[in-house]
Ligand binder design. Structure first.
Ligand code: ZN
Length: 687
């Protein structure tokens, strides 16, 4: 299957994007269609089929039969959101926006249609084709028209390989696992990446694809719709790809790229699009091939593209009514019935989503109805929030106090039959006034549950397999996990507002299995309770590796290293600071983390060999603890696990300190030593 698909993928029709910026302009597009197509045409089997199919479609395109006007053809569409829990996990409103833009443009209803060059105004065509969200899955299940698949294959960087994304959707989507036949649905795959620099791609109708899902359209998430991660300019990509999917070449025909004088000798097989070299910008006097070019055509690359012509309409409708690539089956009454677009879809599910699920006390969350289909009444229940109940469709509600709260929505399509969706522990509200510094976490006695720690994504746990000191540390079970898998651990809130600079450090240990592994760890910080995050440190390659390549890595003491984040300054020193670790699997061993420190004092200038010269015993301690160092200790303080100072001695000035620990309750503590300008933290257990 994979090999076959890789072969097929050479008939791609690709729209490249120059960069990943959300404001990428369409004049940056370039297309690899002909390069790829010409490669494939060297294969005699493909060439025979391609020539045959292209001959058929060009012979029939000018037929003036009933299919060419007056009948609105409806095509069921399903959007598969292929995400890896990042920004590419777009929400339903962005999907609906993309679909509305597509239908608006196909029906020639753009507001700027009136501005089309007067030369081409008479040619503006309403294609009389609309795409409608399917409401039935292949097994008849009522669904929203959108499926969700979480997979590292969301990001297809490098050469195009849509087969991994199709396979992931078939195996793991949340609605129906299996084939969504390409002659029953237009399958749209919205992904993190669809090949380096590529905005979208698809195929001309071809019997090569049979009824597989490969007969679909791939879009990078930020070229899907004009809202959310999308933008108005990028939203034209979907329209352009549907043009290809309905057998339209670029206006300049089959050459490598627009703008070449040699393009005057090739054509797009459409009579009313003037011969042109193709444009990447809006030159309204483009006449290189003799006549004025229709640079506003959707099958151009110019940013001002906005219309299809009557000739293109004939070609597209011929494609829709042809059995080639299974297109004609899409518009049959039987298929409309099977995919649920024949009638007003039934109300079958109550559901909702929020703009965020983690917030701080006093903040508001925006809840949106996601019930389908056609709900007319809503009854919300927000425990712990204000308002606590509501009958609005969408609303803001405010959480005054910290806690973990359920949310439920009861909705109805007829106000007679009701369905309820209850999400337990859906909302985590952190204290707006975070925990005071210093913060020290050795994972000895912690509650590894929200809201203390949030680790819904990936394989984080507390382990006793190994530790830097004490008995426990943090672990990412990474060995054997698919490359690209993300593991996210979020903290609670901390109050950093007492200073303009804070120090953050932690111990970690990691080994690759071999030199091809590319795992990395990011540390991110938020100064607004997690609404926005910025990367503060990336440990990658040699920075992440603390031991030689090996299998089944379990760190010994010398395999631990310290990471320091020195950039928690100014804007990050707020009452509701939070941090998170984001580890991405790259084929290596498990990752271990221990002894997270956040403090106003620099405890980081101590190297490991120096650490080793300080001893602390007995550990665990009973009534006495001895701290011994080769260097003079000037001051000493002991903190409990909440970071509260429980003992201190400001005038030590000795190499050895005996601490009376008899009055300390059982638990985990850290002892902080000041030696000259340096501060060192060690931890111990009191029995
Ligand atoms: Zn194209």
């Amino acid at each position: 299957m994979k090999k076959i698909f890789q072969y097929l993928s050479l008939v791609l029709v690709i729209l490249f994007s120059e960069n990943s910026s959300l404001t990428a302009q369409s004049q940056d597009f370039s297309c690899g269609q002909h390069i790829i197509l010409s490669k494939l045409l060297k294969d005699s089997t493909f060439k025979r089929l391609y020539d045959q199919e292209q001959r058929i479609s060009s012979n029939t395109q000018y037929s003036s039969g009933a299919q060419n006007k007056g009948v609105l053809y409806k095509i069921p569409v399903v959007f598969h959101i292929v995400h890896n829990n990042g920004v590419e996990k777009i929400d339903r409103s962005q999907v609906l926006d993309a679909l509305a833009i597509l239908n608006r443009d196909l029906r020639a209803l753009r507001a700027d249609t009136a501005t089309v060059d007067s030369l081409f105004k008479p040619l503006i065509a309403d294609i009389e084709v609309e795409f409608v969200l399917a409401t039935k899955a292949p097994d008849g299940t009522c669904f929203s028209g959108v499926t969700m698949t979480q997979t590292p294959y969301s990001y297809n960087n490098g050469d195009i390989n849509g087969s991994d994304q199709v396979d992931a959707v078939m195996m793991y989507n949340d609605v129906f696992q299996g084939n969504w036949p390409g002659n029953e649905y237009l399958n749209v795959f919205v992904c993190g990446s669809v090949g380096t620099g590529i905005a979208g791609y698809t195929y001309y109708p071809s019997s090569f694809f049979g009824n597989t899902m490969n007969n679909g359209i791939w879009l990078r998430h930020d070229y899907c719709g004009s809202i959310g991660t999308g933008n108005p300019s990028g939203s034209k990509t979907f329209v352009h790809e549907v043009g290809h999917w309905l057998n339209l070449p670029h206006t300049w025909g089959s050459t490598n790229e627009p703008g070449l004088a040699s393009n005057c000798s090739s054509d797009d097989g459409v009579a009313d699009t003037p011969n042109t070299i193709g444009s990447q910008w809006c030159n309204y006097n483009e006449t290189t091939c003799g006549s004025v070019a229709n640079i506003e055509n959707h099958m151009e690359y110019s940013p001002c593209r906005k219309m299809f012509t009557l000739g293109q309409k004939a070609r597209m409708r011929t494609a829709v009514t042809s059995s080639l690539g299974g297109r004609s089956n899409l518009i049959t009454a039987a298929n409309h019935l099977a995919t649920g677009i024949d009638t007003t879809a039934p109300f079958c599910k109550a559901d909702f989503f929020a703009n965020r699920y983690i917030t701080c006390s006093g903040d508001s969350l925006y809840f949106q109805d996601y019930s389908y289909h056609n709900p007319i009444s809503w009854s919300w229940d927000f425990s712990g929030a204000n308002p606590a109940v509501s009958n609005l469709e969408n609303l803001y509600t405010t959480y005054p106090s910290p806690g973990v709260f359920d949310v439920s929505l009861t909705s109805s399509g007829d106000s007679i039959n009701f369905l309820t969706e209850l999400k337990n522990d859906a909302v985590i509200v952190m204290d707006y006034n975070g925990e005071q510094l210093p913060f020290y976490e050795g994972f000895e006695t912690i509650n590894f549950n929200s809201p203390e720690w949030i680790s819904n994504i990936g394989n984080w746990s507390v382990t006793d397999e190994v530790s830097y000191n004490g008995s426990y540390c943090l672990k990412v079970q990474n060995s054997g996990v698919a490359e690209g898998t993300k593991h996210v651990l979020e903290s609670k809130t901390f109050d950093l507002s007492d200073s303009t600079k804070a120090y953050f450090n932690f111990k970690y240990a990691f080994a690759r299995k071999n030199s091809t592994n590319n795992d990395y760890l990011k540390v991110l910080a938020s100064n607004d309770c997690g609404k926005t995050w910025s990367v503060r440190k990336i440990l990658q390659y040699s920075q992440l590796i603390t031991a030689p390549d090996q299998n089944n890595f379990l760190p010994s003491f010398g395999d631990w290293r310290e990471a320091t984040i020195t950039s928690l300054i100014g804007p990050f020193c707020v009452q509701n600071f939070r941090f998170k670790f984001e580890f991405e699997s790259g084929g290596g061993n498990d990752l271990y983390i221990d002894n997270i420190n956040i403090s106003y004092e620099n405890t980081t200038a101590i190297n490991t060999s120096y650490n080793n010269e300080v001893s602390i015993f007995p550990n665990p301690a009973n009534n006495n603890l001895t701290v011994s160092s080769s260097k003079i200790i000037s001051e000493l303080a002991v903190y409990d696990i909440m970071g509260k100072q429980v003992l201190s001695n400001k005038k030590v000035n000795s190499n050895t300190v005996n601490i009376n620990t008899s009055k300390l309750s059982k638990g985990y503590y850290s002892v902080s030593l000041k030696q000259g300008q340096e501060i060192l933290t060690k931890s111990f257990m009191k029995n």
